[in-house]
Design a protein around this ligand. Sequence first.
Ligand code: RRO
Length: 308
Amino acid sequence: MNISTKIAGINFDSCIINASGPNNSTLEELELIGKSESSAIMMKSCTIEPREGNDKPRFARLPFGAIQCMGLPNLGYKKYIEFALKLKKYNKPIIASISGLCANDYVKMVGEFQDSEVDLIEVNLSCPNIYGKPLVGYDIEQTENVLVKISSLGKKPIGLKLPAYLDESLQKQIADLIIKNNISFISTINSIGNCLVIDSEKETPAIKPLRGFGGLCGEYLKPIALGNVRKFYELLDDKVFIFGVGGVKTGEDVFEFLLAGADAIQIATAFEKQGATCFEKIKNELIAIMQKKGYKSVREIKGNLKYL
Ligand code: RRO
């Protein structure tokens, strides 16, 4: 049974890794991911300067996921360059996630991570929780401006963390930009922003920042995430690697994302709720499904959705 995968020339022992978001901001947390069955270490989205993030409560668990408005709390990109060196001992791919507050921030951070120990650079175009900042991935001009500037800064593969697209014409324009600018992989989808969860007992929102608006996460997202994976799989013609993200909690979920066209999946909310043991549990469940169905590799499953 082979559950390994390859993303942009980098080998992953399994197709299951953590997503940027929970439990991956400090070196201690990243070391726990290093010791876990996550086959790579994805670091928290970083900015040029360290950030405390938004006021608390900024995260609330929900029956089928969570809502959060973290506001990019992180230690600043220089720390994550240092951490990458310290995490090399785990012998697994290390992925930087960067989130600029303007185009120049993206250029500076991508440039510096190109000279670091990370294996891949994920460029986050989809943080929904910064007050007054447009979501780059919903704006074709801004996206193009960023991609043109970052795509030729070095040899390490660059990927994009994308927002959920609910409109095919926008997806098509983004896919064209991805191909044109030699983007190696995408991670789809981020949390869905501008959601509101209300506590009817207290008559308040579930979280404090932005008067309660925040990114919806977890199982609620799975059909939307699967739709985005499948659509990009079709639009990108198997030329760009795909991480599926959004509501993966079981091996069956992973299997569905692979069928839709993902090369690997990332886990955020189940990791936040269950801790680092979730990777081993989900991996074993995937292996059991593959055994039962007679699949021997991830590549055999990828995209193999059968139509009715
Ligand atoms: O830190 C956050 O508020 C955050 C980020 Br950077 C992101 O990309 N997605 C999200 O839901 N929250």
